[in-house]
Every structure is written in structure tokens, then in C-alpha cells.
Design a protein around this ligand. Sequence first.
Ligand SMILES: [Cu+2]
Length: 286
Amino acid sequence: MIGKRWMATGWRLAAAALLMGALAACNATPTPTPTPVPMPAVTVEISDSALTMPADVPAGLVAVTLKNSGQAPHGPIFARLNDGVTQEQFMETMQTDESGTAALALVSLLGGAQAQPGASQQMVFDFKPGAYIAIDMGEGAGPPLMANFTATAGSGPAPAEPAATVNAELIDFQFTLPDQIKTGAQTWKIANKGGQWHEMGIFKLNEGVTVDDVMAMMMSGEESQGPPPFETMAFWAPMSQGEHAWLTMDLPPGTYTVLCFLPDFSSTPPMSHLQHGMVRTLTVTE
Ligand SMILES: [Cu+2]
């Protein structure tokens, strides 16, 4: 009897000890529930006559919404001034140097997407601390629309990178992209892993038009008649080497061609990246 009782008591003690141990373990190391750090958000408002945005933005990952209230498409390019370069110096250089190469030497380009009239566009930039300029060259002959801003590092925890469903790498001279993606909102991570600047035009081909047709048309250098056999669905502005950003877009199903038209200044006369073969076919499925 004694033996049995002892065993019973022992079992209960053991169970209690296990339970206490489990509770203690729970108290000592509560299951970590990481609170997601909200990403700072900035709105860039653009019309046909003005570009407005906050003068101060946090450094690091920032969600940027471009809102176009104008009648024309707008796509400001975001640029970080090199250390020691002032906004005045950059503007003066831009006005005095027709080719634009002297102004380009003063900045790193982060790219930027276009927003259609009345539409918005969602992007995420990873701003290094520094002085920036957002500049929209516009379609017409008017002066460029621009805003200056400064990115300042904070002390708080950093938000997580956006979850990208499409990885687009820009290299010299090609796009690393999936062959096929699905329609619906997709977040693209765009990274320039090359040694030169690159841009990314995304064009949806009209029914019956092939990528070869478009290439032949672009390479001919002739002024084409009538509307183009494709529709510009997105355009990521020039991005310097080492930069990255995210762009969310919803492409309808179809066959697309992805192109970079930028000049390669290391060749004389400068060849376009397109001539170097910087072209890719992308299929968007249902
Ligand atoms: Cu390129």
C-alpha cells in the first residue's frame, strides 16, 4: 500500500513538476511575437504644373505613393546628390550642360515609376541618408517639375523589406526576369546589379505583334507612322548601379517586351543598351 501510495504521489509530483516547469518555461521565454515595424509612408503629389512632397523623409525603407492629378502621365525620377553637392549646384549644372552628362555625374539615380492621369502608383525606396531631388522632366516644353528633400536616419527599428513576387535584376546588358508571371497586383523588386545605369520600359504588344516586329521598328531609326504597335504599361526611370527599389503593378495578361534605351557612354558614339541586346520577352498569364 505504502509503495503504491508513494508511487501515486510520486507520479503526481512529477506531473506537477513538469507542469510547473512548462509554466516557468513559458514565463521565462514568452513566445516571441515580433511586432511588425510599420513602414514610413510618403505621398508625392504631382499635377501638370507642380510636384509636392514632404521636405523631410526618414532614411531607410519608405513607401512612396505617387498621385497624379494632372492631364498627362507623370513619372518623377528620384536622385540622391553625391556628398558635398548642393541642390543649387545640381540645378545650375543641369541648365548649363545640354548633354546632361555633367549633371548625371553629381547624383545617384534611384529610378521612379510613372502614374497615369488621375491614377496612383505604389513604390518603396531604400533612402540612404542624404539630400535628394525628385524631378519630372514632363512631356511638353515647360520647365521640369521638381522638389528637394532630405532623408535623415532615425533611431527606431527598421521595417522589413516588402515581399517581392517578381525579382527583376538589371545587368549589363540584360534583364534577369521570370519568363512568365501572373496577372494581378505583383510587387517587383528592381535591382541594378550591373556596372552601368539602366531603366525598364514594359510594353504590352498589340494582338499579332511580335517582339521581333517591335525590335525591327526600333532599330530602323525611322520615324514610324501611326500609333505604336504596343502600349506602354510601366516605365521605371533610370537607376544607377547598386540601387534597388520596389514597384507594385498589375499587368493584364498578354505578351510584353521589356526594354532599356539608355546610352552606353563607354562606347563612341554611345550605343543604346537596346543595341547591346537589353531586351526581354515577358508573358503575363491569367
Ligand atoms: Cu540598360
